[in-house]
Write a protein that binds this ligand. Structure first.
Ligand code: AMP
Length: 274
């Protein structure tokens, strides 16, 4: 594995690769969720590039940019063992210049749910993902369904800008109790880890209701909210189609049920595709 930190180094390292490239962009503090993307990309491509970059433009004022967990040493080991060919760990200066051209999230789908809670977040996310996809030269890039709205917006960007890369959605990895893995789970203290399980429990409850024939979105969300009462703040529950348009009734095969809640310090996200 080669570790590269500048754009020139990356371009040079890529020249040694012949064949298809798979790409997994991350913000590091790697866990089993990231690893599942890396392992899948490893299997499906001749070569594999992983990036680790905590992108400042997707953090809002007052968010955890400075405190975001960083574990470079462990991450490098994980990538090496997982068979990564190029690990790209750029500096902020390598990625950005002043007074840049910006792309923006779509006015509706980019400003509901996460986009409403974190206005501007998706602009920064799309900006860096566009850069990283272009730099990687990958034919396939792997993203987790865990960040379902992010995934939908990236797929839309690739479609709207006619980018020559396939976006591969990957299943959510959970711990043995059902908590969706996230780099921010390290912020959970004391009983918060237990209370955080309410997110996945609320999704299980919703699934059970759908399986029992309930399709009314309002009824399902009411039941989810009861399960979520143990969290510190329910930010939203939402039931949308795969293009993130709100639904009145669940359409099996075309529905995503989402939840965001704060438990202690971190905001936690989870969802299930039905
Ligand atoms: P991040 O480092 O949080 O930016 O995440 C990098 C990639 O890993 C994104 O595509 C995430 O959706 C994905 N990811 C994060 N957590 C999980 C998880 N628990 N299961 C599957 N994918 C995940």
């Amino acid at each position: 594995m080669v570790i590269v930190r500048s754009i020139d180094e990356l371009q040079e390292a890529k020249q040694a690769l012949a064949g298809t490239i798979g790409f997994v962009p991350t913000m590091g503090a790697l866990h089993q969720g990231h690893l599942s993307l890396i392992q899948r990309a490893r299997k499906e491509n001749d070569h594999l590039i992983v990036s680790i970059f905590v992108n400042p433009t997707q953090f809002l004022e007052g968010e955890d940019l400075d405190a975001y967990p960083r574990k470079d040493k462990a991450d490098i080991k994980i990538c090496d063992i997982a068979g990564v060919d190029i690990l790209f760990m750029p500096s902020i200066e390598a990625m950005y210049e002043e007074d840049e051209l910006c792309i923006g999230a779509p006015a509706i789908r980019g400003y509901v749910l996460e986009g409403e809670k974190r206005p501007g977040h998706f602009d920064g996310m799309l900006q860096v993902v566009m850069k990283l996809l272009n730099l990687s030269g990958a034919s396939k890039a792997y993203f987790g369904k865990k960040d379902a709205q992010q995934l939908a917006l990236i797929a839309q960007m690739v479609k709207n800008y006619f980018m020559d890369v396939s976006i591969v959605p990957c299943d959510i990895v959970r711990d043995e109790k059902g908590l969706a893995l996230s780099s921010r789970n390290v912020y959970l203290e004391g009983d918060e880890k237990q209370r955080a399980l309410a997110l996945s429990r609320s999704l299980k409850k919703a699934t059970k209701l759908v399986m029992a024939g309930e399709v009314d979105v309002e009824t399902i969300q009411k039941e989810m909210r009861k399960v979520l009462e143990v969290t510190d703040e329910i930010e939203y529950t939402s039931i949308v189609d795969r293009a993130f348009k709100p639904l009145k009734t669940v359409e099996i095969g075309n529905t995503i049920i989402l939840v965001a809640a704060r438990v202690g310090k971190p905001r936690l996200l989870d969802n299930i595709w039905i």
